[in-house]
Write a new protein. Structure first.
Length: 300
């Protein structure tokens, strides 16, 4: 099988997650397995890998490098279920890469991209949840505008929401191509559909909600000095992860005149600023241009 997705910030992930010989690790967004493979290459005792996209798990089980290696445990599940499934187990490192894989983007029938005509789906797990079309049929203009603003800081969110819902109600928006055409023609290097498509994908898959609920609790699944690495691809996600890490580090994140934060110091922040791709990686893999890595270490 041809592998399409190049894992972003691979060497940086390995450095920050601090792979120990005989260590136990978790990859909560497996994709095509590039990060997990690199962790196993470094001598990890085990990697427990999750992906909500069943097709990603099935593809790797057919032809993946470590498909028959007992050190790799593949699980079809969204990463928010890891806390329930792991019970009281602890690990030396946990990774979350919040990007969409190249295979998903290139898959016409998944509806993630506006560059191909596909259904209004966008579900990471096609066995669960409403499709984008079903979601749009239930939203008010105010609700859709809030999604566009909250998920992607989109300017003019009300006018865009109005335009989208009008097209859905009139029946003129049936495919990803129809939706993209509503946003207007490409200008320069960017397409005006890029931001709304990302915001809608995040809404369909409840991505921000999963980050908010799961990331803080992952610290309980780390051993002392264990590390949590999170890779984001948009400023909304990065701001959210930054605030979560600051709170876990005992810093004030509230805007009150008298601080109401618990100020409990549970981690040490290892990345004062997010780590970004090197010029060499950007040239080799343009999809890494928006990737930002943050890392914390659990205190003893």
């Amino acid at each position: 099988m041809e592998w399409l997705h190049e894992p972003v910030l691979l060497s940086e992930v390995i450095d920050f997650i601090n792979v120990l010989s005989g260590g136990a690790y978790v990859d909560l967004t497996f994709g095509e397995g590039g990060h997990s493979e690199a962790i196993l290459d470094r001598g990890a005792e085990s990697v427990w890998a999750f992906d909500r996209d069943r097709s990603a798990i099935e593809q790797y089980q057919k032809a993946g490098k470590y498909r028959e290696d007992s050190r790799l445990k593949l699980t079809h599940s969204q990463f928010s279920r890891f806390l329930e499934l792991s019970k009281n187990q602890t690990f030396d490192g946990i990774l979350i890469d919040l990007g969409v894989s190249t295979r998903q983007l290139l898959s016409q029938e998944r509806g993630f991209t506006f560059q191909k005509k596909g259904p209004l789906d966008m579900r990471m797990d096609q066995s669960q949840g409403p499709t984008l079309k079903e979601l749009l049929e239930t939203l008010s203009e105010e609700e859709l505008a809030e999604i566009l603003w909250k998920n992607a800081d989109m300017k003019g969110s009300y006018s865009v929401a109005r335009k989208i819902l009008k097209g859905v109600q009139e029946g003129s928006v049936q495919t990803t191509e129809d939706l993209a055409q509503l946003m207007g023609p490409r200008w320069g290097k960017s397409h005006p559909a890029t931001v709304p498509f990302m915001a809608l994908r995040m809404a369909v898959n409840q991505e921000l909600e999963q980050i908010s609920e799961t990331v803080p609790a992952l610290i309980d699944r780390l051993k002392p000095s264990g590390r949590l690495v999170v890779i984001t691809f948009h400023s909304t996600e990065d701001r959210l992860v930054k605030r979560i890490f600051q709170k876990l580090a005992g810093k004030c994140i509230c805007k009150e005149r008298i601080c109401l934060c618990s100020r409990e110091e549970r981690v040490k922040i290892l990345t004062k600023k997010p780590v970004e791709a090197t010029p060499e990686e950007l040239q080799r893999n343009p999809r890494s241009r928006s990737a930002k890595l943050r890392c914390v270490e659990k205190l003893l």
